[in-house]
Design a protein around this ligand. Structure first.
Ligand SMILES: NC(=O)c1ccc[n+]([C@@H]2O[C@H](COP(=O)([O-])OP(=O)(O)OC[C@H]3O[C@@H](n4cnc5c(N)ncnc54)[C@H](O)[C@@H]3O)[C@@H](O)[C@H]2O)c1
Length: 361
């Protein structure tokens, strides 16, 4: 059914149909088959995991970046320097979904050989949900942590400041578990990811308190301050602690990778989203810790047994909310708000991609 008006309040779509639709859009835009598939894998998995901010709603922005001549299709990661346990990888503004995967492939191979590998990835176009890269390492049996900057894209105010000076700089860490999904801690160092303000703006709902300030530094819950002039700023999580972590992400990822940090001379004024990432990938088998697995499991069991606060449903460990969402959305389909769906249909229309089967939500 192609009557878009009936979908103004949003749709639900199966992950398979959405994957096919997204992949067809990128094939239409000029990506080769492998690239279109990797981009679709990543974006749909973000939606499945409940992170709509980093899912298919990014496509209009990516297409604008492509039109700006910023996002480069069919580009691959280039090993800029091989120093043994330390690799520097140039992303060349290729699709983050491709170059980050390739950078992780290189880091995984080296960590398997040496026990440890640090990978500095620079100048990648948006690498999306960082948990995706940590899960790639965990699937190979490796521990990893990742510091990321959103280079030249100030959206977040420093602790005590009133204007945006750096990006939403995510931090991520993952721990693989035998026969079980890994622990995956993966968050923006801003109180909410910028994409979540876009989702709220598109849905016409308010943000929780304490997430944004307006252009004068006054607290507000209106997501419009992040999407219409005069622009406000996001706040960091955990006050000076989140700010500190964001600052370390900026320096580790932006400076150490040979990419760039955010400052007056480096502001990105196009639609490109440039990410740099410093990843440390570690083979747990290289440590003298024969009881590591049992110790980790004993701890997880112990924390989960804490008596519940009033109103709390259960105690979860990092990564569990995403698993629950994958189960739920895998069964009942992925919800997409009306505005985002309209934008995606418009994107599909540009490349004559047929509208997939959906249900009104
Ligand atoms: N590429 C970029 O430039 C960029 C920038 C910012 C954020 N991001 C991505 O945006 C996504 C969303 O970030 P966010 O800050 O909105 O995430 P979030 O606030 O939803 O936090 C997610 C993390 O917290 C854990 N978690 C959530 N509820 C929990 C609970 N009750 N108990 C235990 N653990 C719990 C999750 O398992 C996950 O590790 C992330 O995937 C991040 O990588 C990317």
């Amino acid at each position: 059914m192609n009557d878009t008006a009936q979908f103004s309040s949003g749709i639900r779509i199966s992950s398979e149909a959405l994957h096919e639709f997204v992949s067809a859009i990128w094939r239409g835009a000029g990506s080769d088959k492998e690239e279109a598939m990797l981009v679709a894998d990543h974006l749909v998995q973000a939606n499945l995991s409940g992170h709509d901010s980093h899912g298919v709603g990014m496509i209009p922005r990516y297409l604008r970046s492509l039109s700006d001549g910023e996002l480069k299709l069919n580009r691959h990661a280039i090993l800029a320097r091989d120093a043994g346990a330390v690799l520097t990888v140039e992303g060349g503004l290729g699709f983050g979904q491709v170059v980050a995967k390739e950078a992780m492939d290189m880091g995984i191979a080296r960590a398997r050989k040496l026990g440890l590998c640090a990978v500095g990835l620079r100048n990648a176009h948006h690498i999306g949900r960082i948990g995706h890269w940590a899960e790639q390492c965990a699937a190979a049996g490796l521990v990893s942590f990742h510091f990321v900057n959103v280079a030249g894209d100030p959206l977040v105010a420093p602790f005590g400041g009133i204007d945006a000076r750096f990006g939403t700089n995510p931090f991520c860490a993952a721990y693989p578990r035998r026969g079980k999904p890994p622990l995956v801690l993966d968050f923006a160092t801003s109180r909410v990811a910028f994409g979540k303000t876009r989702v709220a703006y598109n849905k016409g709902v308010q943000l929780p308190e304490g997430c944004v300030i307006d252009h004068e530094g006054k607290p507000t819950t209106d997501p419009k301050v992040m999407h219409e002039a005069p622009r406000g700023s996001l706040l960091t999580l955990g006050e000076f602690k989140g700010y500190g972590l964001a600052a370390m992400c900026e320096v580790f990822a932006g400076a150490l990778s040979g990419g760039f940090t955010t400052h007056a001379e480096s502001i990105v004024r196009t639609n490109a989203i440039v990410n740099c990432m410093l990843s440390v990938i570690l083979d747990p088998a290289a440590l003298d810790a024969p009881d590591a697995e049992a110790e980790a499991e004993a701890f997880l069991e112990w924390v989960k047994a804490s008596p519940l606060q009033e109103g709390a449903g259960e105690i979860q460990v990092p990564g569990e909310p995403e698993l629950a969402r994958r189960r739920e959305r895998g069964e009942s389909g992925i919800p997409i708000d009306g505005t985002t769906w309209e934008q995606l249909l418009e994107a599909g229309g540009r490349f004559s991609v047929a509208m997939p089967a959906v249900q009104a939500d």
